[in-house]
Ligand binder design. Structure first.
Ligand SMILES: Nc1ncnc2c1ncn2[C@@H]1O[C@H](COP(=O)(O)OP(=O)(O)OP(=O)(O)O)[C@@H](O)[C@H]1O
Ligand SMILES: [Mg+2]
Length: 506
């Protein structure tokens, strides 16, 4: 029961039933990487599953060939022999050590204590090891007892965007836009559950059979979701969106080819001339990153208030107030929702309000804020196209219990949102800004939009990388032209639009 060794000294939580539920000996369940990319799958208003429904209604082809064998990224290069030794030493350590006393120590002293005992065990048991091997073993065992165990090498790597653990035996990572399986494994589901518990206890929460779903944050800012058995059938599922310390800048996006230079210039103008912006995209398509990039164009003198579920944005401006929602505590009390935060923002004299992710009735308050003098407010939402984004906004308001006529809601949307920027993760793993779309107005009951820029796929190179171009759509004067003029940027905008046209023609 080394799980008692939480560094926070929080209450020990017995491993849930998962510990007793042995994983089926059969091969691990087939991976479902696609599931994490369904737009809005995890969101309250389920997306209109047009295409998925159509796909699932097709009868499954019985003679489908077996899926190609998965490549496994060898993160963990240690042998089975090493693991046998480690388990032996680990068990001896657990028998020897007084866990309750260890819990009293600070992290450093606890590590020292464990090291001393492990060295003693290794010599008593006559384990033959080089100094380097012994160091690895010590580090490994300390990580197991005090840290995040097998997750540590993944957490240490900065190039990993997501870590997805599907039960003790299966861990996937996303690197450079591609999901790959790793050979990282946990001893069993009980160890995995212990680590999940250790993570969430740091934010004063617990995850067990009674409350099997939990969101948390690591000390480094990484976003964590845990869903435990019995809801997760094959053992605890842990998902970590790694926090990137060095957030991507607009120049990085240009270097990666996510946007062209003239496209980036248009984004700069949109950000600086205080357009109200909605960033739309699928899960992990780069919405938050793009939002963060756009905030770089906010003038230093503006008072910016950010509202997020888990603080991910890193604004560089001096005058920023960061707010975060709060889940209910164990007694189900104390919840502070996004709507509460956005409402409160309005009493804080903001110049701009930035909502990390709009997913519920706060949409109404955000639109109202945009409508009432808080120009330049921004938010992201899950949607596959700008049009779908706008209709999701509408359904969020309707589902929030506002009994407004459809036309009134649409008028509100049209009156508030100036630009929708669509982010997308393409099939080659690259992330692109695929369109910049203006909201023009209402024609009858229909919201009229017009693209200022579109990313068009021209082909594919021999390595399977998509080749495409960010093209202008020939619009000489977008609707935000007057706004750009007001901010003395119409010259820049005109040049950027021309360059976009030029680039598109090449
Ligand atoms: N243009 C880009 N090029 C390369 N990597 C990117 C790009 N944009 C974002 N990323 C990386 O992709 C990962 C996911 O990005 P981000 O968190 O912005 O996505 P998201 O759409 O907000 O995801 P979620 O739906 O989970 O909130 C991050 O690791 C980020 O650094
Ligand atoms: Mg995000």
């Amino acid at each position: 029961m080394f799980g008692k060794r939480t560094t926070t000294g929080g209450p020990a939580v017995p491993p849930p039933a998962a510990a007793e539920t042995p994983r089926p000996a059969a091969a691990p369940p087939p991976p479902k990487p696609a599931a994490s990319h369904g737009a809005g799958l995890s969101d309250p208003p389920p997306p209109p599953p047009r295409s998925t429904a159509a796909a699932s209604s097709k009868p499954a082809a019985k003679s489908a060939p077996p899926p190609p064998k998965e490549k496994v990224a060898a993160i963990d290069s240690r042998s089975d022999e090493y693991y046998r030794t480690k388990t032996e030493v680990f068990n001896a350590l657990i028998d020897t050590i007084d866990l309750s006393q260890l819990a009293q120590l600070d992290q450093e002293s606890a590590r020292e204590e464990i090291r001393d005992i492990v060295i003693e065990i290794v010599s008593i048991k006559n384990v033959v090891m080089s100094v380097a091997e012994q160091e690895t073993l010590l580090e490994d065992i300390c990580n197991d007892v005090l840290g995040y165990g097998p997750l540590e090498p993944l957490l240490a790597r900065d190039d990993i965007a997501d870590i997805m653990v599907n039960g003790a035996g299966t861990t996937y990572i996303e690197v450079a836009g591609k999901i790959q399986r790793t050979n990282i494994r946990f001893r069993n589901n009980a160890q995995l559950m212990n680590i999940c518990q250790r993570i969430v206890s740091q934010v004063g929460r617990r995850v067990d059979e009674a409350s099997p779903i939990c969101d948390a944050r690591l000390a480094d800012g990484s976003r964590v979701n845990v869903i435990a058995p019995p809801l997760a059938i094959d053992g605890p599922a842990l998902t970590i969106r790694k926090f990137k310390k060095d957030k991507l800048k607009i120049t990085d996006l240009v270097n990666f080819g996510s946007i062209s230079e003239p496209g980036a210039e248009i984004l700069r103008i949109i950000g600086a001339c205080r357009c109200n912006v909605l960033i739309s995209g699928g899960t992990g398509s780069g919405k938050t990153t793009l939002l963060n990039t756009l905030t770089a164009f906010i003038a230093p003198g503006e008072r910016v208030i950010t509202c997020e579920d888990a603080a991910e944005l890193q604004l560089q401006q001096p005058h920023v107030v960061r707010l975060e929602t709060r889940p209910p505590n164990l007694e189900g009390q104390g919840k502070v929702s996004m709507t509460d935060l956005v409402k409160n923002c309005l009493r804080m004299r903001p110049d701009r309000i930035i909502v990390g992710e709009v997913r519920g009735p706060e949409a109404f308050d955000l639109l109202q804020a945009m409508n009432t003098g808080h120009d330049g407010s921004m938010g992201t939402l899950h949607a596959n196209t700008p049009r779908e984004g706008l209709s999701r906004l509408e359904s969020m308001i309707t589902m929030g219990g506002f009994t407004l006529p459809q036309r009134t809601i649409r008028e509100m949307i049209v009156g508030s949102i100036d630009v929708v920027i669509q982010a997308s993760r393409l099939r080659d793993g690259s992330r692109k800004i695929v369109s910049i779309t203006e909201v023009m107005g209402l024609e009858g009951d229909v919201i009229v939009t017009q693209d200022v820029m579109r990313y068009e796929i021209d082909g594919e190179d021999k390595d399977g990388k998509l080749i495409g171009t960010h093209r202008g759509t020939g619009i000489g004067r977008p609707r935000f032209w007057d706004r750009a003029k007001y901010f003395n940027m119409e010259g820049d905008l005109g040049r950027a639009l021309d360059a976009l046209e030029e680039g598109g023609r090449q």
